[in-house]
Design a protein around this ligand. Structure first.
Ligand code: SF4
Length: 727
């Protein structure tokens, strides 16, 4: 059979690496890195190179399914849409818009339209109840940025290719390729810092795959990052290296910030962080002496109990040291949409100020914390959630206490609709399962982080056509959401104009005056978006299949120009944060009194990303068919176990049993457990369901008191645990 080669890009993680797919008929038979891609330049990881195996899995959903008794029956799209629509209309009429909710998962969030339309669908029903994966991995950054810079999606990122000192906290780019910073080929680029005479520090409770290859490892006790950062700030301020003219012109709040840092000497915080004072001072020296430096924290810190405060302190340090908005320091990308933060803020987009019905937690970027889903479903009263649309997500595995109260809650729903490419754990409880598209079946512009935040050290744009057709009854998520909106009586975004536009575009309404119908093509819409973003026509983008470089980042164009707080100044000391920092004393004392107890961190694995990856046989073969508890030899000896022994890990929320791996990559007092496992009940995942790993998120608690106050982030790192040999 003759074959052809198509260029595209990966949509598994933020690196969005360029890929070259070899296609025979309707099958992708091989995927290679795109050597000529303008940004990834021949880099990609094993997950992108094996994505075709996920796409062609025999477990892919092909037709709509309806729950009947204990099983599922195939139904037509017409029946599915009609029945779902009737139920939603009834719920909204009887209980109000908030009775309908949605959960937006990670895989689809890398595509342009489905996340926007999921939000528009709910808005059209009058519902505020959108839950998203952000409250498991990053909402603290949005919550802090909104107060410090005036808009959640203003996210400065480290200028890795020019910096002379990079301090990475709670991140393992060798495996994650970083987040909020597009970083294909992370090891080469981090090594280059050392090759040009700079320094890289990796602050982490575990010697990660990154730290094994470069940089200086600094062990930190889990979930004590905020104290480390407070001492770092204390030291920066005590050396009087601040450019006061610069700070006075572009920032406010230096005095209250000084007060916040006053008591947190490195000697004091060393008691809980485990980082000796002289080590911290040496890091501050390196940071201040470098010609361009950056502190960059990520998921490990985000998932702790003080992620918002930690991120705020980090940003304040980068700002007052003169490293914010300079090449080699941290830079703020432009994204595709010129002045997006200014316009979005003006229109109130992603700036909602409401609070959740349960727990009164704030919405962040117009979403509520997923850790509240169980309560919102199970607690009677006005606004109780009775229906959930799960779009390309698997909350039953990914939110805290997932197999506990959330499972009970999903069973209590009057309507659960899952849109996915597989029948996963969550789908097992669905009333309807709708077959969506894989990334190879979708045209796309790399959008989410690039367009809004411009989180690219190398700004570029690339368009991909769908490589393969949809099969059987599979549909593109964009079309599914538009059809659901119509069936459910949702006026998209609560706007008749938007509703009319989308209705006409998808061929549901005749064109005004002309009387003809447009057909639904995502490409057509992406073409409109590309023109609106001034990226050119699709024809021109198609002529540059390796991507087109955009204007390089120059730096020095954010402060005084693109900060969108009321007064245009960076707020170094938002009042609520200052008050919360003042209350850290009791948390610090609690931490100090439990220094001898074990704390759990989660860990991402090279061959794993979300539940789908565990359904590829080679990724879970042999020893990889389970996750392990990783422990330092000293801790293992105290517990009385060796590698291979089964241990019980117990938190306040639950307990799990797993084999242990004893390794000195863990610091004493910290244990690690990879996430994304626990598929035994997912009989729709024929490979994953045979694996024996357990879900680490079981050990995390849900409910309003357990979530971080400012962002509703689930505490998935730094969980107090006991480990004992299993009976
Ligand atoms: S690093 Fe791997 S998973 Fe991430 S975009 Fe590149 S190929 Fe895909």
């Amino acid at each position: 059979m003759s074959s052809r080669t198509e260029l595209t890009f990966c949509r598994i993680c933020e690196a969005t690496c360029g890929l070259k797919a070899t296609i025979e008929g309707d099958r992708v038979v091989a995927v290679e890195p795109d050597e000529d891609h303008v940004a990834s330049k021949g880099y990609s990881c094993i997950k992108g190179l094996r994505y075709h195996e996920i796409h062609h899995s025999p477990d892919r959903l092909r037709v709509p399914l309806k729950r009947v008794g204990a099983g599922f029956e195939e139904i037509s799209w017409e029946q599915a849409l009609a029945e779902i629509g009737a139920k939603v209309r009834q719920l909204v009429k009887g209980n109000g818009g908030d009775s309908v909710s949605a959960y937006l998962g990670n895989p689809i969030s890398f595509s342009l339209l489905p996340p926007i339309l999921t939000s528009g669908f709910l808005q059209g029903l009058g519902s505020r109840n959108l839950f998203q994966t952000g409250s498991q991995d990053c909402n603290n950054k949005f919550a802090a940025a909104q107060r410090v810079y005036g808009f959640p999606f203003i996210q400065p990122f480290a200028d890795v290719d020019r910096t002379q000192c990079l301090i990475i906290i709670g991140s393992n780019p060798a495996v994650s390729r970083s987040s909020f910073m597009q970083l294909p080929n992370p090891i080469r680029r981090l090594r280059a810092i050392e090759e040009r005479g700079g320094k890289v520090f990796l602050v982490n409770p575990r010697r990660t795959e990154t730290a094994k290859q470069l940089g200086t490892q600094v062990f930190i006790r889990p979930d004590t990052d905020v104290y480390f950062l407070l001492s770092f700030l204390h030291e920066v301020l005590s050396r009087d290296v601040i450019d006061h003219v610069h700070v006075n012109r572009y920032m406010k709040g230096l005095d209250p910030l000084r007060k916040v840092a006053e008591l947190w000497t490195p000697e004091r915080t060393a008691e809980v962080t485990g980082i000796p004072a002289q080590t911290l001072r040496a890091m501050v020296d390196a940071y201040l002496e470098a010609d361009g430096a950056a502190l960059f924290l990520s998921t490990g810190v985000n998932q702790g109990s003080q992620g918002t405060l930690a991120f705020w302190i980090q940003e304040a340090i980068n700002a007052i040291s003169g490293n914010l908005d300079r090449l080699g320091g941290t830079i703020v990308g432009h994204g595709y949409i010129k002045d997006f933060p200014k316009h979005a803020r003006k229109g109130g987009h992603t700036m909602r100020k409401d609070r959740s019905r349960i727990g009164q937690l704030p919405s962040v970027a117009d979403t509520f914390p997923a850790g509240l889903m169980a309560d919102e479903i199970l607690t009677p009263g006005k606004g109780q959630v009775r229906a959930l649309f799960c779009v390309s997500g698997n909350p039953l595995l990914t939110v805290p206490n997932s197999n506990g109260r959330l499972e009970e809650a999903l069973k209590a729903l009057e309507l659960l609709v899952v849109i996915d490419i597989f029948r996963n754990e969550t789908a097992n409880h669905a009333h309807y399962i709708l077959p969506g598209s894989s990334a190879f079946q979708r045209a796309d512009l790399p959008f989410v982080f690039q367009s809004l935040m411009g989180a690219q050290a190398v700004p570029y744009v690339q368009f991909t056509d769908a490589l393969l057709p949809l099969e059987d009854e599979q549909r593109d998520e964009t079309l599914i959401l538009l059809q659901l909106a119509r069936a459910c009586g949702s006026t998209l975004f609560g706007s008749r104009v938007a509703n009319g536009f989308f209705g006409t575009w998808m061929g549901l309404r005749k064109l005004p005056l002309l009387g003809s119908r447009l057909g639904f093509t995502p490409e057509r819409f992406l073409g409109l978006m590309a023109r609106a973003f001034r990226l050119g026509s699709l024809r021109s983008l198609r002529k540059e299949p390796h991507g087109r470089l955009l204007e390089p980042i120059k730096g020095r164009d954010f402060l005084g120009e693109r900060v969108v707080t009321e007064d245009g100044l960076v707020d170094l000391a938002p009042e609520e944060f200052v008050v919360a920092a003042g209350a850290l004393e009791s948390a610090f004392e609690s931490e100090r009194s439990r220094r001898d107890k074990l704390k759990l961190i989660s860990k991402r694995e090279q061959h794993s990303h979300n539940s789908w990856m565990h359904n590829f046989p080679r990724f879970v073969a042999g020893k990889r068919s389970t996750n392990y508890v990783y422990m330092n030899p000293q801790d293992a000896s105290k517990v009385g176990v060796e590698s291979g022994a089964i241990v019980e890990v117990r938190s306040n929320a639950a307990s799990v049993r797993l084999p242990v791996q004893v390794t000195d990559e863990m610091m004493v007092g910290a244990v690690a457990l990879p996430h994304g496992w626990g598929h035994q009940a997912a009989d729709g995942l024929s490979v994953a369901s045979k694996t024996t790993g357990v879900n680490v998120n079981l050990l995390a608690a849900d409910g309003p008191e357990e979530l971080e106050y400012f962002s509703g982030m689930a505490k998935l790192n730094g969980i107090w645990v006991e480990v004992t040999p299993a009976e």
